[in-house]
Design a protein around this ligand. Structure first.
Ligand code: CA
Ligand code: CA
Ligand code: CA
Length: 414
């Protein structure tokens, strides 16, 4: 699998260079907290040709098919885009449209739906002859009806794994350009891909699969005509500034990994009463997480970090945020990174104290009591008394809360 990953990275890198060359960026307004528009051509595309053995594909073909061919077999087009390389961190997606060029196929109007693909896939070196309606022999790494990567990795179910929800649709008739106009689901899909390229599997184009000879033939990213390749136009808002916060939650940190959970960071005025001027929440794991601010102006701010059952922890000093900047702050390397040195050393790393399960700013008998009760009833799931993050409440959770209650741990803030 590692080998495949490396190969895939090489594929991606080659395509990134091509995509970068074809990239057109329109700048509008100032560079920060402004709307920008970017156009990106497809990183990869392929067609799933219905075939139980997965022996057919068309990774390098000039065309993509959606619908049913004249043989009565289904074709599904796959198309994916690279977002992270081209969008700044903290981009908020506002509007997305997809443009494709129809080469031919059945002429009658058909609705072609976009469905978010839920598993990874690729294109290999297969390249079908002629109009490519029936594909050609699958090559190494190709997506097929059966495979995500021919011939080692399978889809969880044949025919590709994709959302049951339509992200958007377009009515497609005869040859020419077609646009899938922005929908909230398309915006949500692209935001997810921008935030996490490892989940950016793209869209499947679902055509009319009820009757033969309904298939539409679109141009692929391998089209000889550059303007015919699949292209998305993304309008996005950039943040004023951001911060990458690296921190550990005592109970969630096992010395090797930290169980992931949602963390909120608030920006506070640097002067009393330290009003909150902005906030953001992000899913953080072992290596921290990115927080983005769209509202607060450039300035000096304390940051406070919040999690469902840890003690709210503040930065030692106010941090200076410059427009357009994305800074880094770690709480891990020294207790002094936290206001009042309010951190605990665990497995050689400084961590936020766990155990404020009722989030009242103090770890005390009320937290112990609540955790003890939940441990007694063996409560499970995403509950606030689970201070170890294993979705279960037991003696291990009680022990941490009890220990920090004994030491009267509470919030220390300016
Ligand atoms: Ca392709
Ligand atoms: Ca408490
Ligand atoms: Ca637990």
């Amino acid at each position: 699998m590692k080998k495949l990953t490396e190969i895939f990275k090489t594929f991606l890198n080659q395509r990134i260079i091509i995509a970068a060359l074809m990239l057109i960026v329109f700048q509008s307004g100032s560079a920060f907290s402004a709307q920008d528009t970017i156009k990106l051509t497809a990183l990869q595309d392929n067609t799933l040709y219905e075939d139980a053995a997965g022996s057919i594909s068309n990774g390098q073909g000039k065309y993509l098919y959606s619908g049913k061919g004249s043989t009565g077999l289904i074709r599904r087009a796959l198309v994916r885009f690279m977002l992270v390389e081209f969008l700044p961190p903290c981009s908020k997606i506002l509007n997305v449209s997809l443009k494709m060029h129809l080469s031919g196929g059945a002429a009658a109007n058909k609705t072609i739906e976009l469905r978010k693909i839920k598993e990874n896939w690729a294109e290999g070196n297969s390249d079908a002859p002629g109009l490519e309606e029936n594909g050609t022999a699958s090559a190494f790494f190709d997506a097929t009806w059966k495979h995500r990567y021919y011939n080692t990795d399978l889809w969880s179910s044949a025919g590709g794994v994709y959302s049951s929800v339509s992200s958007g649709n377009a009515t497609v008739g005869g040859p020419g350009f077609y646009t899938w106009n922005s929908t909230p689901q398309m915006v949500s899909d692209v935001q997810e891909w921008a935030d996490n390229q490892s989940a950016a599997f793209g869209w499947l184009l679902l055509g009319d699969e009820t009757a033969s000879s309904t298939a539409k033939r679109f141009h692929s990213s391998e089209s000889d005509t550059v303007t015919f390749v699949p292209e998305i136009t993304v309008i996005y808002q950039t943040s004023n500034f951001g911060i990458y916060v690296d921190s550990f939650i005592e109970g969630f940190w096992d010395g090797t990994n930290m169980i992931g959970d949602t963390i909120k960071v608030k920006l506070h005025s640097s002067v009393s009463p330290y009003a909150v001027l902005d906030s953001d929440l992000t899913f953080c794991e072992t290596y921290g997480g990115q927080f983005c601010f769209y509202n607060a102006p450039q300035g000096n701010y304390y940051i406070s970090v919040h999690h469902r059952n840890t003690i709210e922890t503040w930065s030692k000093y106010p941090l200076f945020f410059v427009l357009g900047d994305n800074q880094y702050y770690t709480f891990k390397d020294s207790a002094s990174k936290a206001y009042g040195d309010n951190e605990v050393l665990k497995f050689s790393e400084y961590c936020f104290y766990s155990g404020d399960v009722n989030q009242d700013g103090t770890i005390d008998a009320s937290d112990v009591s609540e955790t003890d009760n939940d441990a007694f009833s063996s409560l499970s799931g995403y509950v606030r008394t689970d201070v170890t993050g294993d979705d279960f409440v037991d003696a291990a959770d009680v022990s941490i809360v009890d220990n920090n209650a004994f030491n009267s741990v509470s919030v220390i803030s300016p």
